[in-house]
Ligand binder design. Structure first.
Ligand SMILES: Cc1cc2nc3c(=O)[nH]c(=O)nc-3n(C[C@H](O)[C@H](O)[C@H](O)COP(=O)(O)OP(=O)(O)OC[C@H]3O[C@@H](n4cnc5c(N)ncnc54)[C@H](O)[C@@H]3O)c2cc1C
Length: 254
């Protein structure tokens, strides 16, 4: 898609770094050698990642590092996320060279703009918030607010792709979308069993690049820090500024 859109793309070096005791050092594998040796089989009963670390007898400080990586990267608490799910995602990523890191230096919105450019403008309803979906077997009425008025859009079908947190919002909660008739019980039950982790993304823009070594497209993990955890160190020069980005996920963001 990026190639078809003719967007410039930068491949990061994807290196891993560990920040500990005020020093940053190269850290080739976050998970250490316990990774594949003892990952639970998909057919085994599901266990949490925390339980997996316990069972695999991973010792500190590797344990804190492994936990920190999974919490920061997956934005999920290690005592909630399934070890099997982490293993499956890791295997799937390896199969498609998913560990490679790329950046779109002019922003990801270029992809969306490229996708939208062939669509008639009236097909897109931007800056609109859906509040209600009334559905029956013939058609669906989607009620939404634009910045100025409430409108309805009628269609044969609707594909709902809002985030889980919004879909699960209770009556009266901000952002809640009312379904009429309500979603079937089995669908609501499935929604209740899914979980969404927290993650906070931050970006700093500096006038000058004060760091001496470029860490482009890699990760610094800081397991001992109280707040900031996984730092996605995209410290590439962008126009006239230098930027550093990071994110906090899992229990540190709870
Ligand atoms: C900090 C961070 C970093 C990430 N980094 C990566 C990465 O490097 N690589 C990667 O592959 N993935 C990454 N992800 C994950 C990726 O961003 C998500 O998996 C992906 O964006 C999910 O797409 P989505 O369309 O399901 O949801 P979203 O992108 O969340 O889109 C949902 C849309 O629904 C809209 N919406 C919500 N409520 C309403 C409403 N009532 N009416 C109308 N519209 C509504 C929202 O405004 C939003 O535009 C990252 C996620 C985070 C948070």
């Amino acid at each position: 898609m990026v190639k078809s859109a003719g967007l410039p793309i930068v491949e990061g070096d994807g290196k891993r770094w560990l920040a500990r005791n005020g020093r940053v050092r190269s850290f080739p594998d976050f998970w250490g050698d316990h990774r594949h040796r003892s990952f639970p089989n998909p057919s085994e009963p599901e266990i949490t990642y925390e339980k997996f670390l316990e069972k695999a007898n991973v010792k500190e400080p590797q344990k804190a590092t492994a936990r920190s990586y999974v919490e920061g990267f997956n934005a999920a608490r290690s005592d909630r996320i399934s070890a099997q799910a982490v293993a499956a995602a890791d295997r799937a990523a390896s199969e498609i060279e998913g560990k490679k890191v790329f950046r779109l230096p002019y922003g990801y919105d270029g992809v969306i703009e490229w996708m939208a450019c062939d669509l008639p403008p009236e097909m897109l309803h931007l800056r609109s918030e859906v509040t209600q979906i009334r559905w029956n077997s013939n058609h669906v009425d989607t009620l939404y607010w634009t910045p100025s008025s409430e409108r309805t859009f009628r269609s044969r079908r609707v594909i709902v792709t809002i985030p889980l947190g919004v879909l699960r919002a209770a009556d009266g909660e901000r952002g809640m979308i009312r379904f009429e008739p309500p979603l079937p019980g089995w669908k609501q039950a499935a929604l209740r069993t899914l979980e969404m982790g927290h993650v906070r993304r931050f970006a700093f823009e500096f006038k000058d690049c004060f760091w001496t070594e470029r860490i482009d497209g890699g990760f610094i993990i800081a397991p001992d820090e109280e707040s900031a955890d996984l730092v996605d160190a995209g410290s590439h020069r962008f126009e006239f500024a230098d930027r550093l980005g990071g994110r906090i996920g899992g229990r540190k963001d709870d």
